[in-house]
Design a binder for this molecule. Structure first.
Ligand SMILES: *Cc1c(COP(=O)(O)O)cnc(C)c1O
Ligand code: SF4
Length: 348
């Protein structure tokens, strides 16, 4: 514990590449995460005044040291810091009037407690309200997670719905982040899902292997290997700077265990809204055998409007990617429109 505290208090020292944060178990990493903008800014040698406590009351700051260590110290424009720091803009009066608390119609797609279905053949289980990091642009920041059923007992009704509906052959574990749940519970869930004969694929939507790479532990790899249903992971990496050696190692373990790993990113103003940033991200992803799956146009969630990029700009970026990368490395640029039968592709 002493080393952990030393690393945390060391500020700039701990952020240098040559001195990565001491590896602790992922559960400890969750516990030691920064829980206020002020703490995070001090660690980065930045002034407290950049943070907004008012915005934090709306959606608390949560940033693991592992992720903060990839930020550039003393740089208020750092592309990782921007994703996670609560700033005064979030609560500014000029937020877009079309921004809502449920921009993608989640509340209309509820099939049962904690189970959403919007698209044919695949249903989505909200398995946890917790995440390994709080992204300020998150479209689920206002989702009523407190009402989400948890644990084997809570999941029972979803399992029954899935068992009765053989039109669903893929289950997406989402949240929140499903990998914030303990492995023995996940193992139970994977086993239960594998008992449903028509379920062919289990997809895990997670940012944990990115923000706390040691989450990809032996026990996790064990339940993955035990699955009859094919296992897909969809990671969430927005910028190449998020990828360090530990992330690469975690991804390699997943691939070796037989997981097909995809990535989704969100197009974010002054974070990854340039051709160069997207090109480097896609290259880094395919070099570690991760397929760039979706690039999302931002959902209009209240408090997140300052991240929005003009669709025209996104279209130009993706078009330019197409002439520089293999076809499999170009993500589909999509927007989610409530009530549609799939994500809606955006094309020039
Ligand atoms: C985005 C989403 C999916 C997954 O869609 P794919 O196009 O299959 O990746 C499934 N269910 C819900 C509710 C979603 O929001
Ligand atoms: S990890 Fe995903 S669900 Fe959690 S806050 Fe970030 S974008 Fe939202």
């Amino acid at each position: 514990m002493a080393t952990i505290l030393a690393t945390m208090c060391d500020g700039v020292e701990a952020t240098s590449e040559s001195n990565p944060p001491t590896t602790v178990r992922w559960q400890e990493a969750m516990k030691r995460a920064f829980r206020s903008g002020r703490e995070l800014l001090r660690y980065l040698n930045l002034p407290d005044s950049l943070a907004s406590e008012r915005a934090e009351r709306d959606f608390p700051v949560f940033v693991p040291l592992e992720f903060a260590a990839r930020m550039r110290p003393a740089d208020p424009a750092d592309v990782l810091l921007r994703q996670v720091l609560a700033v005064p803009l979030e609560t500014a009066a000029e937020v877009a009037s079309s921004a809502t608390c449920d921009p993608v119609g989640d509340l209309r797609a509820v099939r049962g407690p904690g189970l959403l279905q919007k698209y044919r053949g695949r249903a989505l289980m909200i398995t946890s309200g917790a995440c390994g990091v709080h992204c300020r642009y998150c479209f689920r920041r206002h989702f009523p997670y407190a009402e989400v059923p948890k644990g084997p007992q809570g999941w029972q009704s979803s399992l029954e719905i899935l068992l009765r509906d053989d039109s669903i052959d893929e289950i997406i574990l989402s949240g929140g982040d499903p990998l914030t749940i303990a492995d023995d519970q996940l193992q139970w869930l994977i086993h239960a899902l594998n008992q449903i004969p028509h379920l062919a694929r289990i997809r895990v939507h997670t940012r944990m292997p990115v923000v706390i790479p040691q989450r990809v532990c032996g026990q996790l790899l064990e339940w993955i290997r035990s699955s009859r249903a094919a296992v897909y992971f969809v990671l969430h990496i927005n910028h190449a700077q998020e990828i360090d050696q530990a992330v690469q190692t975690a991804v390699k373990s997943l691939s070796s265990a037989g997981v097909t790993v995809l990535n989704q990113a969100v197009l974010l103003r002054e974070i990854n809204d340039s051709f160069e940033a997207q090109l480097e991200l896609c290259r880094r992803l395919i070099n570690m055998q991760v397929i760039p799956y979706y690039l999302h146009q931002l959902d209009r969630v209240s408090g997140g409007s300052h991240f929005e990029v003009q669709e025209q700009r996104g279209l130009q970026i993706v078009d330019a990617l197409r002439s520089h990368l293999p076809g499999y490395a170009v993500p589909q640029y999509v927007r989610e429109i409530a009530g549609e039968t799939s994500k809606t592709p955006l094309v020039l």
